[in-house]
Design a protein around this ligand. Structure first.
Ligand code: RP5
Length: 163
């Protein structure tokens, strides 16, 4: 983690979500975007979750990334507590491969939106890239690094499959 003030807050419902969410953190580090990361459960540590979201704007966070599995209401709880953008990452591997978490995260009733990513580590990486896109709207340095990341990704794709 950087010693600059965090722009992105990553929260996860359990330490068991950390393996996937470290991939989110790794992309933010690659793009030199300062972040903070916490285990913050909507149901097991509701006071900690409330404290995190109610101070997010004042602490300078611009985007919150919330990952949870099973009955995954963490992203919705975060979005209910702030108007800054909340990106939800449903954790996979539970009921029906994570369909429970996918539906719980994405199917928010109108009024309080959660931008839902794909499941598991793919969603974790995409959440970091989506956060970078949001931040790039007002930060030319992040925009430059995001574009370089995408160019490098394109250059790394072989034209032909291996023999
Ligand atoms: C959710 O329940 C967490 O986000 C996690 O994905 C899932 C299971 O948590 P553990 O029982 O592994 O702590 O709250």
């Amino acid at each position: 983690m950087s010693d600059k003030s965090p722009l992105v807050g990553i929260v996860m419902g359990s330490a068991s979500d950390a393996q996937a969410m470290r991939q989110c953190a790794a992309v933010l580090e690659q793009l030199d975007i300062p972040y903070e990361m916490k285990v913050c459960s909507a149901h097991r540590t509701p006071v900690r979750a409330h404290e995190f979201v109610s101070t997010a704007k004042a602490r300078g966070l611009k985007v919150i990334i919330a990952a949870a599995g099973m009955s995954a209401h963490l992203a919705g709880v975060m979005a209910a507590g702030t108007h800054i953008p909340v990106l939800g990452v449903p954790m996979d591997g539970k009921l029906m491969g994570g369909l429970d978490a996918l539906l719980s995260t994405c199917n928010m009733p109108k009024g309080i939106p959660v931008g839902t990513m794909s499941m598991g580590s793919h969603g974790a990486v995409n959440a970091a890239l989506f956060a970078a896109s949001i931040l790039a709207l007002s930060d030319a340095g992040i925009e430059k690094r995001l574009l370089a990341y995408r160019e490098a990704q394109t250059a790394a794709v072989p034209e032909y499959p291996p023999e």
